[in-house]
Design a protein around this ligand. Structure first.
Ligand code: ATP
Ligand code: MG
Length: 385
């Protein structure tokens, strides 16, 4: 790879992937394709170089936009804005001198690292040389309590100098943990659960059960807005809009158990969708004890009979903690908008304890399996690749 000294670059580092032994290459490939997808339309070129990606910016590149998008890609631990030059002392000194002169005033630490060791100088030599130059130029230096790190990284063919490091989302590349069904409501919690699922490499497929008269109305609601926001982390996700009316008609008998039967029903829908989407898990935004339907016995009753794992990333979260994440990932503002939720039209006084036997009996009485089949059949799908 040949670089021009004046060419600004982004050096992208992927942290946790290194822990994954045999699968490493698959993970890196997935990360590369997720990054290209995310940066689609930006004026840049991406190349892999050892344990990093180098993003070369075109002349019309929008650096701020690219930085923002990189922040959404799971699997990236951090990235640096850098310049590159030849891996010899004089070239490094020349580049660093120019960069020191351009830098704003901040207490700076200088560090160096060699990926390629067969060089006539070592990292201490680089640091010593650069300290001398930087202090002459007037850069305030300290190796403790610094505000910025000026880093030199020398590989076989290139030396990189950077002074801006940006933390990214971490986690694993979306798709490396397979597909998962996310039961998505209009509320605050499930979008946050979806984010945590994606963070651990799950490609989400959303299932939303709507209380509107038809799918067109549901598609005009805030749900697609939430999906769009979540799509920043995994572009153009697939969404199943499934009606609640077959259930509403069939579940009258359930009365005080209606809410818990509705949960059981949603999980059955999710399992059905999972079977033809080849998804291996179901995610919900449930926590423990947050509302009447989320007592241990209710959770157990609702999931009875479901054969794939149901994961609840928020199980140990307080509501305030969930809200904090929702704000950070940008879904909160849409989540608090008015919404005609299916849950709210159900019994105001739900049971806090349900036995598995009771839910089994209710499922039989209401012929829930055929309601599931009819509901899935009349669903509407959006998105997908
Ligand atoms: P949320 O804020 O996610 O709506 P909640 O605090 O309102 O959660 P519940 O109403 O008990 O709690 O919902 C628990 C979970 O059930 C949700 O996080 C979501 O995963 C799923 N769920 C609830 N309503 C729907 C719906 N209409 N469609 C699909 N899934 C739903
Ligand atoms: Mg809700």
């Amino acid at each position: 790879m040949k670089f021009d000294e004046n060419e600004k670059l982004i050096m992208v580092h992927f942290g946790e992937l290194w822990l994954r032994g045999r699968n490493r290459n698959t993970y890196i490939k997935k990360l590369a394709s997720n990054m290209s997808r995310m940066l689609y339309g930006e004026d840049m070129k991406m190349e892999r170089l050892y344990d990093r990606f180098i993003i070369r910016l075109g002349k019309d590149a929008d650096l701020e936009s690219i930085k923002k998008k990189l922040g959404y890609v799971f699997g990236i631990s951090n990235f640096e804005i850098a310049y590159a030059t030849s891996p010899d002392m004089e070239s490094i000194v020349k580049l660093a001198t120019r960069m020191f002169k351009e830098m704003d005033r901040k207490i700076t630490k200088i560090s160096a690292h060699r990926t390629f060791k067969e060089l006539p100088f070592n990292s201490v030599d680089i640091v010593n040389r650069l300290y001398g130059i930087a202090s002459k130029i007037g850069v305030e230096l300290s190796s403790k309590g610094f505000e910025r790190e000026f880093k030199v990284n020398v590989t076989k063919d290139t030396a990189f100098c950077s002074f801006e490091k940006i933390s990214a989302a971490g986690g694993l590349p979306v798709g490396t943990s397979g597909k998962g069904i996310v039961l998505l409501s209009g509320g605050i919690d499930s979008p946050v659960a979806a984010w945590y699922a994606m963070k651990r490499g799950v490609e989400p497929i959303y299932v939303h059960v709507y209380g509107y008269a038809n799918a067109e109305e549901a598609m005009k609601s805030k749900i697609p807005k939430i999906v769009k926001l979540l799509g920043r982390y995994s572009p153009s996700p697939k969404v199943y809009y499934l009606p609640s009316h077959f259930f509403q008609m069939g579940a009258l008998k359930a009365r005080k158990y209606e809410l818990i039967l509705l949960k059981a029903f949603m999980l059955m829908l999710a399992e059905k969708v999972a079977s033809f989407e080849e998804a291996g898990m179901i995610f919900t935004g449930e926590s423990l004890g947050q509302v009447a339907s989320q007592t241990p016995s209710n959770l157990a009753a609702a999931e009875d009979g479901i054969k794939i794992p149901i994961l609840r990333p928020l199980v140990g979260f307080d509501k305030q903690e969930i809200i904090k994440v929702a704000k950070a990932i940008g879904t909160y503002e849409v989540s608090i908008l008015q919404y005609k939720d299916v849950c709210s039209i159900n019994s105001r006084n739900p049971k806090t304890h349900t036995s598995i036997a009771k839910i089994k009996e209710l499922k039989k009485d209401t012929k829930i399996k055929s309601i599931v089949t009819r509901t899935v059949k009349s669903g509407a799908i959006t998105g997908g690749k």
